[in-house]
Design a protein around this ligand. Sequence first.
Ligand code: BTN
Length: 253
Amino acid sequence: MHRNNPINFNVISLPTAESTNTYIKEHIDELSDNTVVIADMQTNGRGRLGNKWIADKGALSMSVLFRNIPSAQNMTVISAVAVCQALQMLYGITAGIKWTNDIICENKKVCGILCESSIKGYTADKEPDRYMICGIGLNVNQNGAFFKECGLLDGASLCSLYGGEYDKLEIGLYVLRRLAILQGMAFSEVIKIYRGLCVTLGKSVRLIQNNCEITAYAKDIDENGCLICENESGEFTVNSGVVRVRGMNGEYV
Ligand code: BTN
């Protein structure tokens, strides 16, 4: 992997993987900080909240391993911004972020991000090994029929929305470049960019957790990337975790 590989990322390119996040977990002891695993095809992709991530060879499936980063939550924000910037800078495609980190084009989800963090080897006399895996699944070259056949009514790809065929690897490497740049910036600056990209803000939303649903107005993003909402009970903050956000009519915002 030589094409424009941003400094410091060790890229492992696989023809197939069950899940690039799982691959990193299974090889965690052998992999160094900033290792990137890109699979041409994933056979058992995993999504947020225990969902499956359905994709074929048309998708970019990529996971990045970060060791001992100061905040896992920051990486969630940074990776969403990195994907939006890559699409804008490479192809002039305007993408937005549905809080927390779904990437939206034309009201359809084109990319999902699964960030998983863990602490290993915790003993009284040794600092634990903290790591975070940032898995990015971007729908690139699938056609419209793919999403219909899979029942992914909110899903779309760059190709199904804008036509043409895109170079998955070029996008992946550009996302890595943006990740590196954003990591070097003050997080407060990244949050400002995130706010500007977040399509959830300024909308009335339904917040769904387990069987409980409340409605609220999505007001702002706080300095940690949490969603600040307001309803008749007052203002409250929603942490990324397990809350699903939907527009009032079920739309993807
Ligand atoms: C979501 O929106 O539910 C998150 C989807 C994340 C999918 C990516 S594809 C690369 C990485 N490997 C996985 O198994 N999942 C993530």
